[in-house]
Ligand binder design. Structure first.
Ligand code: SAM
Length: 234
């Protein structure tokens, strides 16, 4: 019976791939990739020569059944996304769920993901946090903001550079101008930037330039008046 292994790949710096990930990529029978061209570049760099098949958000429902039998015929099938950990704001969940139903063994390697360094860099409490990822573009966005107004844990948002200013304006509007945020841009890359402060200040900073690169926004949770400072620092 085959096995499905999810392998995290670098989010910017090509050195951020584990020795185990490289070994397993070299042992694979087949690599499922979100974008075969992006993955080919990485595999070339790692000197891995394995067959690739595309698996992305536009074909996942169509190919999942066929993939289950392919995974069963192979010894090791790998799933990678363009960057970071598959299934984290990327395709993967459906395949994992269907493999579990079919009794296929799943392994996920520990490795790069954008939200962990952004969360830790923020300096906001990370004993408890909530991962939101991309907010819905239209339907459900306002409902989500209503829920987030009450969120006392640090929370994590993914956003495109073109929509960062709009997102910061929404944070200011819904959570107040003094709410602390940390914008991590281009993590692990040459021009990495971590801008911390009250949302108004961070908004002014990003309004003054054309925002480029990849972005994670960490938002400090609502201050829980019932908690003591010591409890919040735990
Ligand atoms: N699977 C990935 C992970 O494990 O983090 C996330 C994929 S999601 C399609 C892409 C988003 O992740 C970007 O829009 C950005 O919000 C975030 N991201 C990816 N790489 C990043 C980086 N180097 N710096 C900051 N954010 C990054």
């Amino acid at each position: 019976m085959g096995k499905l292994i999810l392998v995290p790949t670098p989010i910017g710096n090509l050195e951020d791939i584990t020795l185990r990930a490289i070994r397993i990529l070299k042992e694979a029978d087949l690599i499922l990739a979100e974008d075969t061209r992006t993955t080919s570049h990485l595999l070339k760099h790692l000197e891995v020569h394995k067959p690739l098949r595309s698996y992305h958000q536009h074909n996942e429902h169509k190919v999942v059944e066929d993939l289950i039998s392919t995974i069963n015929q192979n010894t090791i099938t790998i799933l990678v996304s363009d960057a970071g950990t598959p299934a984290i704001s990327d395709p993967g969940f459906l395949l994992v769920r269907e493999c579990i139903k079919a009794g296929i063994i799943i392994e996920t390697l520990p490795g790069p993901t954008a939200f962990v360094p952004a969360l830790v860099n923020s300096g906001f409490p990370c004993n408890e946090f909530t991962f939101i990822g991309f907010l819905p573009q239209k339907k459900g966005r306002q409902t989500k903001w209503k829920q987030l107004t009450e969120e006392t844990r640090t929370f994590i948002l993914y956003e495109s550079p073109y929509r960062l200013v709009k997102l910061l304006e929404e944070i200011k509007e819904n959570l107040g101008e003094t709410r602390n945020v940390c914008v991590s841009r281009e993590l692990s890359k040459l021009f990495e930037e971590n801008k911390r402060g009250a949302v108004t200040e961070v908004l002014n900073h990003f309004k003054q330039k054309t925002v480029k690169g990849e972005i994670v926004v960490i938002v400090e949770g609502k201050h829980d008046s019932k908690k003591t400072d010591a409890e919040e620092e735990d």
